[in-house]
Structure formats: C-alpha cells, structure tokens
Design a binder for this molecule. Structure first.
Ligand SMILES: *Cc1c(COP(=O)(O)O)cnc(C)c1O
Length: 207
C-alpha cells in the first residue's frame, strides 16, 4: 500500500439506489456514514417514505440543473458536480453546500465527470461561489481492468492533493481494495453490502 493508506478513517457511503426504503433503514441500523443515491425522483420519494431518521444522503448520479431544486433539503453532499452550470445552480439554491467535483479519469464517453484538466478550475469556481469542496469523486473504468483502475485512482488522488482537498471518493464493490490502496477516503458500496439491485434503474453505470 502507498502512503494514501495512512490518510485516516474511510467513510462508507452505502449505495441504496434501486432498493426500497427498507434498505435505507437497514443502512441506518448498520451505522453507515452516508447513503448514496443516483436518481432525483427515486431519492425524493424514498426519503419521504423513510422520514427524518436516515444517514445523510449523498447524491452520486448524473446531476441536471433542473433537478437541483427538488433535491435541496434531501441531499446533504453533492458528489457528482462536474460542470460550471451545476456549481452555479447549487450556489444559488443551496448556498454553502458540501460538494465533490467528479472527474472522468478514464475519458469514457458514457461517464459523468469533468476532464481531469478542468478539475482545478471547477474547484476554484465552487469555492468562489461559497460552496465547500470536500473532495474529488471518480468512477473506475467500466471494464474493471486492475491496472487501468489503479492508474485512474492514483491520478485522481494526485489531483486532489494538487488542488488541496483531502476527500477522495472512489471505490465501488468491484474495485474497493484498489481504491483504498490508492488513497480513497470514501468508498461507495452497494451490491457488496446489499446484494444485487432489484431495480433496473440501479445499474451501476447509468450515472
Ligand atoms: C451504483 C454506484 C455505486 C455502487 O456500485 P456497486 O457496484 O453496487 O458497489 C457507486 N458509485 C456510483 C457513482 C454508482 O453509480
């Protein structure tokens, strides 16, 4: 393991997308630090059903400006901020919100995230707009190739260090160990905790 492994405690974001409110309650009883959700309508309905007693909600799916408003009050941390229009909308609708800037570390067209070279500019813009940048977020390569996965995570960790953020949200069920070795501070784990997602909307790559 590299020095990243000594960065401190790792937060577990239990990804409950595709599951019902019962799984959110389970994540709460298990003491998960956060729950991760990808879809605006799904999470809004689910949290309405659960009530106030649940872990903080991290939004990890593709963000659309016109959905931000409906998510304010439901979402505590916005992990998938990847462009200026989202930064601006969040600053307007949820001043001082906690965000991660999502980086597309593998240049895969179907993935969210800004290009790595735009990350520092987005971090700056978010800070100037009064948002609190907790870190960077990324999704490993879809093919799961271990070497490409490691390279992607190492690159995002270096980028986080370069822009001066501690948080690095990386690692899913299939690549959590590599992510931890490369300095992740938050893993987002769904199927490894709760089994296969029952709902088609929960496909991990639809982000
Ligand atoms: C679905 C999803 C996860 C969790 O995926 P698992 O393979 O079930 O652990 C993590 N991060 C993002 C962005 C996701 O969309």
């Amino acid at each position: 393991m590299n020095a990243g492994a000594t960065r401190g405690p790792v937060t577990i974001c239990a990804v409950t997308k595709g599951f019902g409110a019962d799984v959110v309650a389970l994540a709460h009883r298990l003491g998960c630090d956060a729950i991760g959700e990808n879809y605006a309508q799904e999470v809004t309905a689910k949290i309405a059903a659960v009530g106030t007693d649940h872990p903080p909600v991290h939004f990890i799916g593709r963000l659309q400006s016109n959905k931000v408003r409906s998510l304010v009050g439901v979402v505590t941390v916005w992990q998938s901020v990847d462009r200026e229009s989202i930064v601006d909308e969040l600053a307007k609708r949820s001043p001082g919100a906690h965000v991660y800037i999502q980086v597309n570390a593998t240049s895969e067209a179907d993935k969210g995230g800004c290009e790595p070279e735009h990350a520092s500019g987005l971090v700056e813009r978010a800070r100037r707009a009064g948002l609190i940048v907790d870190g960077l977020m990324t999704v490993g390569p879809t093919d799961g190739n271990p070497r490409r996965t490691r390279d992607a995570f190492a690159m995002v960790r270096r980028l986080a260090d370069a822009v001066g953020v501690i948080g690095c949200s990386m690692g899913m069920s299939g690549d959590v160990e590599i992510a931890l070795e490369e300095g992740s501070t938050m893993v987002r784990v769904g199927s490894a905790l709760f089994g296969e997602r029952p709902s088609a909307t929960g496909s991990p790559e639809v982000i």
